[in-house]
Design a protein around this ligand. Structure first.
Ligand code: ZN
Length: 681
């Protein structure tokens, strides 16, 4: 599971030089213990590169890379190539036409000379959104976005690009015009395949039919009754001649061409890896070759047993948010190295995991009697591709296989250079607009950043890693809780972070200074509460929330409003506020809700999960959303950020051996994306 950076946009108020700054009352004063930025980073370098509608584009830096030993740099270079070799898999998983659409767009963008200025501007704008979101769907709302020029103007742009040397891929016997006509509904009609993942399509509608992703073809939920799925995580499920067929993702199977390339680079990496890493990479290669569940399990275990290596990768079909059933894995890859200067806090939490488990405010029968190997590191990412880039998580805890977690433990990473770049690229905050008092806004400016970082660490390390299934319940929680699972599990991890944030244990462990503890708790609870209102700006159409982290946050706050005295809904000058008034009541409510959420997960209570989210987490009043949108519009803040990744270049000696790997920063999304696709300008 992973934590996205949705909430941190709200809590940060840091500014990069050269951007428009926050008001003086929002200037950053992070409380201890925030580590200093990496020594090599110049204070005035650029983070925010451009804005594309609701998205901002920022440069990610990996300052520690240059000082790594050659062997580690070379290992990262091979893992980096393996990451990029698979990136198109995820774009194809998003929509069956997405790669074709991207091909058309990139050719126009790379050959712009004779394209009319107005059309070119629109195509460039749409293409950037497409790149950032890995396809034509907004990653927060799951809704499709379309080109706003006319199909005629688009057709002329294609012809102008072709005259300038662009080449367009068509199907056998198909003309370019016929290809454009075939793709026209996807480019221009928002009502065709409108939602990529739709877990709540309405009464009598089917979640698979209502979702436009490419994880299924022609399949309904009813078709799955009595069907035993062999490769749940790594297959596309297709109905062919009335029969269900699993197209397995593997070398020689679906995505075989990409996976063959991925495997080639993973094999080259092994010679430069520590033995535990090399064993994990070999296990991953075996899984990519066979596609067998037993080999995936063996890989997960080998990856967990690699506990101390300074360089690591996540590469595979990992997260299940794209699938409305929560079963099929989206392909992603991350390559990273440990940031030793940032690791102390998260390691302290991991080292005390058993204490936290023993003090979970849920039924003791759901606590783990002995917490297994929780590994936690603060890391710097060198590259993220597929489901994890350009929009990236800030924390990750894996593996997702509950049975393996219970027996072998889990690894957590906090993506410290991502958090840094997010904070520095966000030119302000909407804290002031949604705070009831100036004191609340000031507390947020001073403490919210450190509070969020700490809550994130606990979300991953003691949140996702905690708890166990009830006696006698068979089947994984994913299978039992179905489309409600991801939001439930994210809610559970958030609740654990919120609950223990207020625990005196954190002061005792030296993670939080005693003098600041109350303020940190209050700032986090206030921020979390305000977010339930402010996050509605991200769902500009409809009246329901689709994204799982947004659902869980809405659920928690609305549950607390309904069931405790911790939060008051107030109105002033026609504006709505959610005001956190009682931290003790907030924490007690969080504990009570966590007990219920854990009971639902451990017992596999699907009906209980559905009711919880249908009541508190999914639906909202569109009039309230319209009010929120009007209030934030003038602040001109992004809803999400896409990152331009660092670029690696090998230096080779006369014999062809790698003598160094250099890192550079492209500072431009278009340059990087065309380079990744191998499109020449
Ligand atoms: Zn999570």
């Amino acid at each position: 599971m992973r934590l996205t950076r949705l909430l941190t946009v709200l809590v940060t108020a840091v500014v990069a030089a050269g951007c428009s700054g926050p008001s003086p009352s929002e200037s950053p004063k992070p409380a201890a213990p925030v580590a200093a930025p990496a020594a090599a980073a110049p204070a005035d370098r650029k983070y925010l590169l451009e804005r594309v509608d609701e998205a901002s584009v920022a440069q990610l830096y990996a300052d520690g890379f240059a000082a790594l030993p050659l062997r580690e740099k070379t290992l990262i270079w091979h893992l980096y190539q393996a990451a990029l070799a698979g990136r198109d898999i995820f774009i194809d998983q998003k929509h069956r036409s997405a790669l074709e659409m991207r091909g058309v767009l990139e050719q126009i963008v790379a050959h712009p000379q004779s394209v009319s200025a107005g059309t070119l501007a629109e195509v460039q704008h749409y293409t950037k959104l497409f790149w950032i979101n890995n396809g034509p769907y907004n990653n927060l709302t799951a809704r499709k976005f379309v080109l706003t020029c006319t199909p005629q103007a688009f057709g002329e742009a294609v012809k102008a690009a072709a005259a300038a040397g662009a080449t367009f891929t068509v199907r056998q016997g198909e003309s370019v015009d016929a290809m454009l006509a075939r793709l026209q509904p996807m480019f221009f009609d928002a009502s065709v395949d409108p939602i990529v993942t739709n877990k709540t399509p309405g009464q009598g509608k089917d979640i698979l039919q209502a979702s436009a992703n490419n994880l299924y073809s022609g399949v309904t939920l009813a078709d799955l009754k009595g069907f035993s799925e062999q490769n749940g995580l790594n297959s596309r499920l297709v109905k062919r001649d009335g029969k269900l067929v699993e197209e397995v993702y593997k070398v020689g199977g679906l995505y075989g061409t990409y996976l063959t390339e991925v495997v080639k680079h993973l094999e080259a990496a092994q010679a430069f890896a520590d033995p535990p890493t090399a064993r994990a990479l070999a296990a991953l290669v075996k899984f990519y070759r066979t596609g067998a569940v037993s080999d995936r399990v063996a890989y997960d275990i080998a990856w967990l047993q690699d506990t101390a290596s300074p360089v690591d990768t996540i590469n595979g079909f990992i997260e299940v948010y794209l699938d409305p059933r929560g079963i099929k894995g989206s392909w992603e890859a991350l390559v990273f190295y440990v940031n030793p200067g940032r690791t102390a806090r998260i390691k302290t939490i991991a080292a005390n995991a058993q204490w936290f488990e023993d003090h979970m405010p849920f039924d003791p029968k759901y606590r783990k009697p002995s917490v297994q190997g929780i590994i936690a590191n603060a890391i710097d990412v060198v590259v993220e591709a597929g489901d994890s880039g350009p929009v990236t998580p800030i924390g990750i805890n894996l593996p997702n296989d509950q049975a393996i977690r219970e027996k072998h433990g889990s690894k957590s990473v906090a993506l410290s250079n991502v958090t840094d770049a997010s904070n520095r690229a966000t030119p302000g905050s909407m804290r002031g607009e949604f705070s009831w008092t100036p004191e609340e806004a000031e507390r947020g400016a001073r403490f919210a950043e450190v509070a969020a970082a700490l809550t994130t660490d606990m979300h991953e390390v003691i949140g996702h890693a905690s708890g166990r299934g009830a006696e006698g319940v068979t089947g994984s929680p994913q299978e039992l809780i179905k489309e409600q699972f991801s939001a439930l599990e994210e809610g559970r991890a958030d609740l654990i972070g919120l609950y223990f944030l207020a625990d005196p244990k954190l002061v005792e462990l030296g993670i939080v200074p005693a003098a600041d503890h109350d303020s940190i708790v209050r700032a986090e609870y206030e921020t979390y509460t305000r977010n339930a209102l402010a996050q509605l700006r991200r769902v500009r159409q409809g009246s329901q929330i689709e994204e799982d982290h947004m659902r869980n946050r809405q659920m928690i706050v609305r549950w607390l409003v309904a069931n405790t005295k911790a939060i008051e809904e107030r109105t002033r000058d026609g504006k709505t506020y959610l005001v956190m008034v009682d931290p003790a009541a907030f924490r007690a409510g969080v504990g009570a809700l966590l007990a219920e959420v854990q009971r639902i997960k451990s017992g596999g209570d699907y009906a209980g999960a559905k009711k919880l989210f249908e009541t508190y987490g999914v639906h909202f009043d569109p009039k309230l959303r319209d009010q929120v949108v009007a209030r934030v519009e003038q602040l001109n803040l992004p809803s999400y950020t896409g990152f331009v990744m660092p670029k690696l270049t090998p230096v080779t000696g006369a014999d062809g051996a790698i003598t160094d790997v250099t890192i550079s920063y492209p500072m431009d999304l278009t340059t990087q994306m065309l380079e990744y696709s191998g499109v020449k300008r």
